[in-house]
Design a protein around this ligand. Structure first.
Ligand code: ADP
Ligand code: TRP
Length: 326
């Protein structure tokens, strides 16, 4: 065991990764793996709380693993695994269920949004989702959780669950904090008052594996303003150019916006080229990885072995403390 701090985060295998997922979460995973004990996982049990087709799920899992590896996660530096390979997550979630008041879950905004979106399928899992997330995090004694802003309420609930457990059964879990990047909330391209999200649809998202032509076409359609960069859409584009374009170009845009004469056509064209270039290596690496799914499975199995050892130890301690051991 090292005495490095522990980081945990998960992403659901529900579709392609967009710039929000990358800039809010995955980019940070790649940075953090160098300095922390990291557990990154594919949250497949979370993903079945929403409508899905079982035929698609295996490929979604492999795809997300390929995305994470191709973008720069190094399995020698972090444990990368699939949530359902570690049954202790769901086991601990059950114990946390018995400590968490229903009223706390009723406040969760993501639950309310998703329930409104899938009225015909408001299942118990969708409601209980944050408790499973608390188990995912606490089982590894994480001190920090790299996520986008939309997950802060779930991390706060995780802290609360840790307190419930510690107060009742004695100090066991650390209270983790959210870790944000400088861009914790990337906005939709088509509707920049909303967060970029898969659930809004393809025209709202720039996927990191979009081909250069598609990136250019999607940016070309993004709403802007008359040139002073005061609108949400223009601000979002400037945020992206700050990250992907050269400092010189970005400063030129800022100066142009100050005088009210920012030409979005130029900005969009340059930004599209810079984003496409940024993800060239990733796109190639992903294609190579997907040609050899057994190699991906091996990486995930090795990650699961590392995670499982820690999870089992936590569960033994928890069972003992709650009186389920004889
Ligand atoms: P989506 O909302 O598209 O379904 P997920 O819920 O799978 O995305 O999110 C995976 C990770 O990406 C989480 O850490 C989440 O906070 C982060 N994230 C999602 N959307 C954005 C966004 N628009 N800006 C910044 N981070 C985001
Ligand atoms: N709820 C997160 C999301 O929708 C995914 C997730 C599941 C997660 N378990 C986690 C994130 C544990 C961080 C830590 O994006």
């Amino acid at each position: 065991m090292t005495n490095k701090q522990t980081i945990v985060s998960g992403i659901q295998p529900t579709g392609r990764l967009h710039l929000g997922n990358y800039l809010g979460a995955l980019k940070n995973f790649i940075k953090l793996q160098n300095d922390y004990q990291c557990y990154f996982f594919i949250a497949d049990y979370h993903s079945i709380t929403e409508n899905y087709n079982p035929k698609d799920k295996p490929q979604q899992i492999l795809n997300l693993a390929a995305d994470m590896l191709a973008a720069g996660l190094n399995p020698k530096k972090c444990a990368l695994f699939v949530q359902s390979d570690i049954p202790a997550h769901t086991e601990l979630a059950w114990i946390f269920n018995c400590l968490t008041p229903i009223s706390y879950l009723e406040r969760m905004t993501q639950y309310k949004d998703k329930a409104a979106r899938q009225k015909e399928n408001i299942n118990v899992g969708l409601f209980d989702y944050p408790v499973l997330q608390a188990a995912d995090i606490l089982i590894y004694h994480a001190t920090a959780v790299p996520v986008g802003q939309d997950q802060d309420q779930h991390v706060e609930l995780t802290r609360q669950v840790a307190r419930f457990f510690n107060n009742r059964f004695g100090q066991t879990f650390t209270e983790p904090k959210s870790l944000h990047t400088e861009t914790p909330k990337i906005m939709s391209l088509a509707d920049p008052d909303k967060k970029m999200s898969k659930s809004l649809g393809d025209n709202h998202c720039l996927y990191i594996d979009d081909e250069p032509k598609i990136i250019a076409a999607k940016l070309a359609k993004a709403p802007t303003d008359s040139g002073d960069a005061k609108s949400a859409g223009a601000k979002n584009l400037l945020t992206l150019s700050k990250i992907f374009s050269s400092e010189k170009l970005y400063n030129q845009y800022l100066a142009a916006a100050k005088s009210g004469g920012l030409r979005y056509g130029d900005l969009k064209k340059n930004l599209a080229a810079d984003i496409a270039a940024h993800f060239t290596d990733y796109r190639q690496a992903k294609q190579t990885l997907l040609k050899n799914p057994d190699q991906i499975r091996k990486v995930l199995a090795a990650g699961a072995r590392v995670a499982s050892a820690v999870a089992k130890k936590t569960m033994a301690e928890v069972r003992e403390k709650i009186g389920i051991s004889y």
